[in-house]
Design a binder for this molecule. Structure first.
Ligand SMILES: [Zn+2]
Length: 500
C-alpha cells in the first residue's frame, strides 16, 4: 500500500478557509516524510507535528522497554522521550508492529522486541528537531498511523569483507541493513579473517579478527540482525577477486600449494584429505567466532574444472558430492544449516537454464539429486527481469529451501523479490560484492529493503533521505572523520593523469 498523507486534506481545508476564500492558495510543492522500507499501511501528515515527549510500548517481551530507553537516549540524549511499558500480549506477528503518534504521545504495539525495534526505526526516520532554534532543543513527530509487517521472513544481504575494507565500513553496512529491517547478513571474508587454527589462511594483516567479529556480532544482536559467516569450500579458494591475480594463501605461503588445484589455485583440491581436515577446523572456528549462528555459507560458486592428476583420475561428480556432504556434516554438527550458491549445480549448456547462471559441469550438476535436503540453495541472478525463473522452480521442486539472490539491477531485483513473495523462493539474499559504496550501495539498499519488506509498492525515495539515514548511523558510530561520512570516501575524483 502507498504511503498516504494527511497533508493534501489539510491543504484543501486551508484553500477553503474564509481568509483565503478570495484567492485559493495553489497546492504547495512539498516533500512528505518517508520511511524505508515503506510500511504495509501508513498514514502520515506532512504538516501536523507533535512534541516527541512520551513513548508508550505494549509488548510482552520485558526487554523491549530497556532496549527502547537505551536507544532513544543514544539518539536523542537528554531530550529523549520518556518510555512507559506494559507487557500485555498482542495478536501481532513476530516482526509486526503498530505505531501511532498523536498529541498525547507515541503508542507502539508489538509482540516481540524485534517488532518494537522496527517501530522505533520507523519513528526515528520521521522524527525531526523542533524548528526555529540554533541547536536542537527538542524533537517533534508528524501525526501518523502505521500498521506494519514484512512480506518475506528471510530478508538477507551478503557483505564482502575485502582486504581494503576497514571494520567501520563493515559495521556501517550491518547497521544500515538492520535499520532497513533486513534480518540476516552473510559476512564473507576475502582473506581478511585472522584464523588462529591456521594463521597462514588469509592475509597476515587482515582486519577481521575474532575480537572485531565479536564486537560486530554484539552490535548486530542488539540491532536485531543475525550475522552468518562464509568460507568458500570449493572455488574462490584464492579469497581474492578472480581478475586481481592474488591468492591470499599462496602468494605469501607457497608451501601450501598441494591444498589447491595447480592451475591458478582457484579451487581447493578435493582429492587431498588434508583439505577436508583443514576446512573442518576452519568452519568450526568461524562458527565459534560468530557465536554459533543457525546458518553457515559454504560458497561453492564459479569453480574451475580440476587440473591435478588425482582429481582428474577420479569421478569428479563423486568427489564433489562427497566433499559437499562432508562439509555439510561439519556445519550440522555445530547445529547450523548449510547455505550454498547454486551455479555449479546447473550444467553449462543445458538449454533449460538459458539466460540464467549455470556454471556446472555434467559431473557437478549430477550431484544435486543426492544432496542432503537441509542445504539451502542460494540462486543468484543479476540481470533484467524475466517472466519465469526456471532455476528457482528446479531447486524448489527438488525439495530445497531456496533463496533468490539479486545484485544491483533494480528491476531484476524487484522482479525476483516478487517471485519470492509469490512462493517461488523462500526468501531473499541481496548481494553487494565490490559495489558496497556510492550510488550502487544506495540503490541496492533501498530497492532490496523496500521490496523484501513491503507489499510491492513502487516507492521513489529521495537520495537525501538515504544520505540522512547514513548520517544517523555515523552519529551512532560516533564518527569524527570526514572520509567516513557519505557514500564516497572522497568527494572529488583523483586528479586526472596525463595520457601522453
Ligand atoms: Zn586435485
Amino acid at each position: 500500500m502507498k504511503q498516504s498523507f494527511f497533508a493534501l486534506a489539510v491543504l484543501a481545508l486551508i484553500s477553503f478557509s474564509p481568509s483565503l476564500a478570495a484567492a485559493p492558495a495553489p497546492e504547495q510543492a512539498m516533500i512528505a516524510p518517508q520511511i524505508c522500507p515503506e510500511p504495509a499501511s501508513c498514514e502520515i501528515s506532512a504538516t501536523e507535528y507533535h512534541p516527541l515527549n512520551l513513548v508508550r510500548i505494549e509488548c510482552p517481551d520485558k526487554a523491549a522497554g530497556e532496549w527502547a530507553r537505551k536507544h532513544l537516549t543514544e539518539w536523542y540524549g537528554i531530550l529523549a522521550p520518556k518510555v512507559k511499558t506494559s507487557t500485555k500480549k498482542t495478536k501481532l506477528g513476530d516482526e509486526a508492529y503498530e505505531l501511532t503518534t498523536a498529541k498525547n504521545g507515541v503508542e507502539i504495539t508489538a509482540q516481540t522486541l524485534q517488532g518494537v525495534r522496527y517501530a522505533l526505526y520507523s519513528l526515528r526516520q520521521i522524527a525531526i528537531p523542533k524548528r526555529g532554534t540554533l541547536k536542537v532543543e527538542g524533537w517533534i513527530v508528524p501525526k501518523a498511523a502505521i500498521q506494519d509487517k514484512p512480506a518475506l521472513a528471510f530478508r538477507g544481504i551478503h557483505i564482502c569483507w575485502f582486504h581494503e575494507r576497514e571494520p567501520w565500513e563493515i559495521e556501517r553496512l550491518i547497521r544500515l541493513a538492520a535499520y532497513y529491517k533486513l534480518n540476516y547478513a552473510v559476512i564473507e571474508s576475502w582473506g581478511t579473517f585472522r584464523s588462529e587454527v591456521a594463521p597462514w589462511y588469509g592475509w597476515p594483516d587482515g582486519t577481521m579478527t575474532k575480537q572485531e567479529v565479536a564486537r560486530l556480532k554484539a552490535i548486530a544482536d542488539d540491532l536485531g540482525i543475525l550475522l552468518i559467516p562464509q568460507i568458500n569450500v570449493f572455488g574462490h579458494a584464492t579469497m581474492s577477486r578472480g581478475g586481481a591475480g592474488k591468492h591470499a594463501v599462496l602468494d605469501l605461503n607457497p608451501e601450501y600449494q598441494p591444498l589447491f588445484e595447480p592451475v591458478g589455485g582457484w579451487n581447493w583440491c578435493l582429492s587431498n584429505p588434508e583439505v577436508r581436515k583443514l576446512l573442518t577446523k576452519l568452519i568450526e572456528e568461524r562458527l565459534d567466532a560468530f557465536g554459533n549462528p543457525p546458518y553457515f555459507h559454504i560458497g561453492g560458486d564459479e569453480a574451475h574444472a580440476p587440473s591435478c592428476p588425482d582429481c582428474i583420475g577420479k569421478s569428479y561428480s563423486q568427489l564433489f558430492l562427497d566433499h559437499i556432504k562432508a562439509m555439510n556434516k561439519v556445519v550440522q554438527k555445530k547445529g547450523a544449516r548449510t547455505m550454498m550458491w547454486h551455479d555449479m549445480l546447473l550444467e553449462k549448456g543445458d538449454p533449460r537454464w538459458k539466460g540464467f547462471v549455470h556454471n556446472g559441469t555434467e559431473e557437478t550438476a549430477a550431484g544435486i539429486r543426492d544432496f542432503p535436503r537441509d542445504i539451502i540453495i542460494c540462486d543468484w541472478y543479476y540481470k533484467e527481469p524475466k517472466e519465469v525463473y526456471p532455476t528457482l522452480d528446479y531447486f524448489k521442486g527438488l525439495g530445497f529451501t531456496t533463496l533468490t539472490c539479486p545484485w544491483k539491477e533494480r528491476n531484476g531485483l524487484k522482479s525476483l523479490v516478487k517471485a519470492a513473495r509469490d512462493g517461488k523462493a523462500d526468501g531473499i539474499l541481496g548481494t553487494l560484492w565490490h559495489h558496497d559504496f556510492g550510488q550502487d550501495m544506495l540503490n541496492i539498499y533501498l530497492t532490496l529493503a523496500n521490496s523484501a519488506w513491503n507489499a510491492g509498492g513502487e516507492t521513489s525515495y529521495l537520495r537525501g533521505m538515504f544520505h540522512h539515514h547514513l548520517r544517523q548511523i555515523g552519529w551512532d558510530m560516533k564518527n569524527t572523520d570526514p572520509k567516513r561520512a557519505g557514500i564516497f570516501r572522497e568527494e572529488l575524483p583523483e586528479e586526472p593523469v596525463l595520457n601522453n
